[in-house]
Design a protein around this ligand. Sequence first.
Ligand SMILES: Cc1ncc(COP(=O)(O)O)c(C=O)c1O
Length: 414
Amino acid sequence: MSKNVGKESEGGITSSYKVDDDVVLKVPYSFFGSIYDEEEEKAVLAAMKQDSLTMGPNVQEFQAKFAEYVGTKYAFAVSNCTTAMHVCSQVIGLRPGDEVIVTPNTFIATSLVILKEGARPVYADIDPRTFNIDPKEIEKKITNRTKAIYVVHYGGQMCDMDPIMEIARKYHLVVLEDCAHAPGAEYKGRKAGSIGDFGCFSFHSLKNMTTLGEGGMITCNNDRYAEGIEKLRCMNLENWKDQTDYWIPSHFDVVDFDGKWGNNYRMNEAQAAVGIAQLKKLDMLNAKRIEFGRYITEGLQGIKGITPVYEDPNCKHVYHLYTICVEEEELGASRDDFLRVLYREEGIQGILHYQPTYHFTGLKRLGYGQNLCPIAEKFFYKRELNTPHHPRLTKDDLDAIIEGVKNAARKVRK
Ligand SMILES: Cc1ncc(COP(=O)(O)O)c(C=O)c1O
């Protein structure tokens, strides 16, 4: 039996979930989504001995290998996925008055990077089977202010990209793929991050691969976008036009990029060295997640009121999350009653991902209503929960999850 983890920590929900003192967990919701071995340890030690500790040869190598893996012309390493998406919002020139169509079923970051530029997220409802943004709903939300569509490949399964790209071409919209859950995922044989105008990845501790707990990457094929990303992630520096010596008038000049100011969103050399090692392991790490996900699906067959993960035949699902849905009518109990028993009595720590973004107080203050997307709202958020899922789970852990779900369902059935 695992010891309780997840005491309060500096990062709040970004580094652990609280566990009540009287609960003994069999399978905690781990905040490390990957596997490290000697390769990562050696890579960090070697990076520590370099003269330049940031944006050096490891970053360059990581970017080149990542672009090759995803199948894009460019990849740019950044500090995390939020900053990745923020740079893209700046590069496409988002401004107050612009609208971006976005899924409500995502971490707050996907909307934040629209709000930060003064533009307005417009929420389009989700598909009831994959929980990804529904292309038909996107088209309904287009106005003459719409500038872009930001999609999220929820849980590691890609959105239906063909109709999304068709809509984007028809209305001249930019498509950003939030690939935080989906490194290595595929849609009709094409990798996440290679279909839209931008792919933005997270290497946060929880993700399918990690660069020491934080990190991100932007993929793209467009030369002008690439120039903007490269400049805006690092202060927007340029050489002086009339430089005489390298220190005269100074080492660098600073400009804007189409009216946007630069940032420090850089990745350091130790993170990139770990990223190179993790990228080599990514297919193996995803294979474990897929194997474990399918094992759980098999184990959950026939439990009345419990719906396991749906795999879209067009997709390679990389199981960042394992999302169970609770059918209240069939089970005779709510998702919350079920989750309480699963956690308190069965020791399986389930987590909700996500409540619709427009529920948050900050968005309510901007005037967002509470029932904008009925499927995300009632059909998904009220039914869903995620069981612990990562590549270090043992057969005992997987069996404990299956048994826990079975037992909790039996106990709450009225
Ligand atoms: C769907 C989604 N998008 C974006 C992010 C933000 O990633 P990061 O923590 O690397 O900024 C996350 C992080 O959990 C996420 O789940």
